[in-house]
Design a protein around this ligand. Structure first.
Ligand SMILES: [Zn+2]
Ligand SMILES: [Zn+2]
Length: 420
């Protein structure tokens, strides 16, 4: 038997219960002994009763842990199978994306692992979650990422010092924030601005008109929602602007003042070591309405080149639409479960706005998210400090209280340590 944090429908009912330890039920399964399991904003959708969930289940979709049992598909090198089926061993340290993915279907091979034909979300009636002592991982050879791979200590000289609590971010919040950022920066709509060549000549194979040098261009991006994913998006945006050499003004928007202050401290910490100010990269925060006038002032009334919408609520999407400029981009990773959709075809037509929605392909993003995680241990490794993303690491006995505090926005990222 094991302890697990369980959700009882319809809403606001979390219990720590003793339930059977999961077993291998398919040759592709692995059983992971959980070291840390995250409490995430999307756990609140079921908790608040916003999602129709009619079954008691174990919560949580973010975890890091150790392999304790493998199905019979492991230990064999078979052509066409995901590589971990031949290399993963009992005792290996692993992290998992928040959804399962086989690593073998057409979607997985194309890198859009969130749309795997075998995809299941941990922590819902379809698949028991990870806020427990053990979790069963289906399609584990495709889903899991091995942190015991010797190539990692060769690639990263600081590998032995990377904190385990920070590695948990690879399961969801860091790939998702990075995905929101990259999806916007690489969007075709922004390539004219980034190249300094006006639309549509930037698509010409031998463009003859360059109005500005790319290094003289300042882009303005907004992030709507400064929870942990929004912070990861902010860190990713500043990093990308610095690597690619363009100037970037980032406007962070959140109604919660404590979150805005945390975001500013996190930015100040990463800024210290990176010389962002000299590179023309900046970060300011506002609540909703003030952001509109600030963006208007910064951009001579034009609006943001891109808005990252992290919240998944109608009001956040409406604000993103108000903030974005014509021919701009909205990159949305929030879970929108409300109906009907708050924007009309006319809204989109009137601004030539492009909108990208949907779940992050976390497993495919994981290796590049790891680069950023290793680089930014200054903010990712801390626990309970001014500029750390994790507020508290607690035992499962505190689960009921942590869900309450997290729901009210009175606490930031919480990790459960199921063996404490
Ligand atoms: Zn999550
Ligand atoms: Zn697949």
């Amino acid at each position: 038997m094991q302890s697990a944090i369980r959700f009882h429908p319809p809403s606001y009912d979390i219990r720590v219960e003793t339930i059977p330890t999961p077993r291998i039920s398919d040759p592709d399964d692995a059983i992971v002994k959980v070291k840390y399991a995250g409490l995430c904003g999307s756990d609140l959708h079921a908790y608040r009763g916003h999602e129709i969930v009619d079954q008691v289940h174990t919560c949580g979709h973010e975890f890091i842990g150790e392999i304790v049992e493998l199905g019979s598909a492991f230990g064999k090198a078979i052509d066409g199978r995901a590589p971990l089926y031949s290399t993963l061993k009992v005792g290996d340290k692993v992290v998992s994306p928040f959804t399962t993915n086989c690593g073998e279907c057409a979607f997985c091979r194309a890198g859009v692992t969130c749309r795997c034909i075998h995809s299941k979300l941990f922590g819902c009636p379809a698949l028991e979650g990870a806020q427990a002592q053990y979790v069963r991982v289906p399609k584990a050879g495709g889903t899991l990422y091995s942190l015991s791979d010797p190539a990692l200590s060769q690639k990263y000289s600081s590998w032995a010092n990377i904190s385990d609590s920070s590695l948990l971010f690879l399961g969801d919040i860091l790939p998702t924030g990075l995905f929101a950022a990259l999806q916007a920066i690489h969007h075709p709509k922004l390539q004219a601005t980034l190249s300094g060549i006006p639309w549509p000549l930037h698509m010409d194979t031998s463009p003859s008109v360059r109005t500005e040098s790319p290094k003289d261009i300042t882009l303005t991006f907004a992030i709507v929602g400064l929870g942990p994913v929004g912070l990861c998006a902010m860190i990713a945006l500043a990093d990308q602007a610095s690597l690619k050499g363009f100037k970037l003004r980032i406007v962070g928007v959140d109604l919660n003042e404590a979150r805005r202050q945390k975001a500013e401290r996190v930015y100040a910490t990463v800024c210290q070591t990176e010389g962002y100010t000299d590179a023309g990269i900046s970060f300011v925060t506002y609540d909703g309405e003030a952001a509109k006038s600030a963006v208007s002032e910064y951009t001579e009334g034009a609006g943001c080149d891109a808005v990252l919408e992290i919240v998944g609520h109608d009001s956040a999407l409406n604000l993103a639409y108000d903030l974005v400029r014509p021919f701009g981009v909205i990159s949305s990773v929030g879970v929108h479960s409300e109906r009907p959709f708050p924007l009309s075809g006319g809204n989109l037509y009137d601004k030539n706005v492009s909108m990208d929605f949907g779940r992050c392909p976390a497993r495919a993003m994981l290796p590049i998210a790891l680069d950023l995680l290793v680089k930014r241990q200054d903010v990712f490794a801390g626990v309970g400090t001014d500029a750390s993303l994790v507020d508290r690491i607690v035992g499962m006995g505190d689960a009921v209280e942590m869900y309450k505090l997290f729901d009210k926005g009175d606490i930031g990222k919480v990790l459960f340590q199921p063996w404490e």
